[in-house]
Design a protein around this ligand. Structure first.
Ligand code: NAP
Length: 372
């Protein structure tokens, strides 16, 4: 059962709409019960053309009709929308997201630039919805009025932390050792050259291990009313790029604070259920972790679309001779790790009253020039 549709839908813009993440967002917004896509923006290479002309569309589903004819704009601070998703390249996302927030737009970002800022929520609704309490302080600190920035984690962190959440709640976490096998779509388009990745594994992804070792601390930590307090978990990550299109697989060894049997760990994962309010968001799953019993699962080709790409799929829960328990998990890097994560964040912001209906730019102060 989904929450009641709002009386008036919110108008959404997508910054970076032509990229790999942006087009997933455009596709997922095509038939969204709460949000209408009204603006698409990208670089000068794309602006001025219709979305259908500008985008190199990678998805099997066709470009939604509502998006095809939209004219791609630049990073224009008078977009006709109530909030923006940002799927901008990180070389421009930092300043652009601040500019939009200062101009009054809630910014729901995929980019890494503001994730670790001390007043910006790094959000997974099923894990740390209470971190939204940081928004008023962010607005005060930065002199934002109705605007603010909320981010979702890096694509490999998203699946990992979702799976760790019921374990930290039930048993506490001491140490995590994780090795990733990450899909090429995680590198955007054109991403990794085919000559580098075909029949190969690349044991380095720039900045990825640092993100995986830092972001879970914030996500599983607490907002204490004035700052984020880290979870204080020992964490080591090895990140590898493998020739898979979509879906990051992760081999994880876990040290628990409290002794638990393998059955108790499996049950904690299998029984992880979000509350009814959260489950009623259009993109949410009641049970976002799927546990498989087959010894050779999860596999990217077979399992990546579980729960419409929003589930974390876990298998091979077994004893670890070094730590306590080990398992394999899979999550869709472009859905749970990017576009779907941002959409779910926006839905949570909507029900928590953080999204307002803005006047069209022609009738508001946004028509006036805004200094950058
Ligand atoms: P991408 O395919 O390279 O797309 C980048 C987007 O940014 C394109 O729309 C591009 O527009 C736009 N852009 C680049 N330079 C610009 C500029 N100077 N001004 C305005 N727009 C500009 O990258 P992606 O994989 O979609 O990633 C987007 C963001 O999400 C990145 O920050 C990335 O780190 C993050 N992220 C990605 C994933 C993933 O799995 N791929 C997961 C989580 C987070 P043009 O087409 O006009 O060049």
């Amino acid at each position: 059962m989904h929450a009641k549709p709002p009386e008036k839908k919110w108008k959404a813009g997508v910054l970076g709409a032509t990229g790999v993440v942006g087009q997933r967002l455009v596709q997922m917004l095509g038939n969204h019960p709460w949000f209408d896509l009204t603006e698409v923006a990208a670089s000068e290479r794309s602006s001025g053309r219709t979305y259908a002309e500008a985008v190199r569309w990678h998805l099997d589903a066709p470009i939604p009709d509502a998006a095809r004819g939209l004219v791609v704009k630049g990073l224009d601070l008078s977009l006709d929308c109530d909030f923006v998703f940002s799927a901008l390249d990180s070389s421009v996302a930092g300043t652009a997201e601040e500019d939009f927030a200062r101009a009054g737009y809630p910014v729901v970002s995929n980019s890494r630039n503001h994730r670790m800022d001390p007043d910006v929520p790094l959000l997974i609704p099923e894990v740390n919805a209470a971190h939204l309490d940081a928004i008023p302080l962010q607005q005060k600190n930065r002199g934002y009025d109705t605007g603010f920035i909320v981010t979702n984690p890096n694509c490999s962190t998203a699946g990992l932390v979702l799976v760790l959440k019921p374990l930290v709640d039930a048993f506490g976490l001491e140490k995590i050792f994780v090795v990733t096998l990450q899909a090429i779509s995680g590198a955007g388009y054109p991403g990794v050259a085919s000559l580098d990745i075909q029949g190969n594994v690349v044991p380095f992804i720039s900045g990825e291990e640092e993100k995986m070792e830092a972001e879970p601390q914030k996500l599983l930590g607490k907002w204490d009313g004035s700052r984020f307090v880290d979870a204080g978990i020992g964490l080591s990550a090895h990140c590898n790029r493998v020739p898979v299109i979509d879906g990051h697989l992760e081999c994880v060894s876990i040290g628990l604070k409290k002794i638990a049997s393998l059955d108790e760990v499996r049950e904690a994962l299998r029984n992880f259920e979000v509350d009814a309010d959260l489950a009623s968001l259009p993109t949410a799953l009641r049970n976002p972790i799927v546990v498989l019993d087959e010894e050779n699962r999860p596999q990217p080709r077979r399992d990546v679309n579980a729960g419409n790409g929003m589930a974390a799929v876990v298998g091979r829960v077994r004893e670890c001779p070094l730590l306590d328990v080990k398992l394999t998990l899979l999550s869709h890097n472009l859905v749970r790790g990017a576009a779907g994560a941002a959409l779910l964040n926006a839905e949570l912001l909507a029900v928590r009253g953080f999204l307002k209906h803005r006047r069209a730019p022609s009738e508001s102060r946004l028509a006036e020039p805004v200094s950058r």
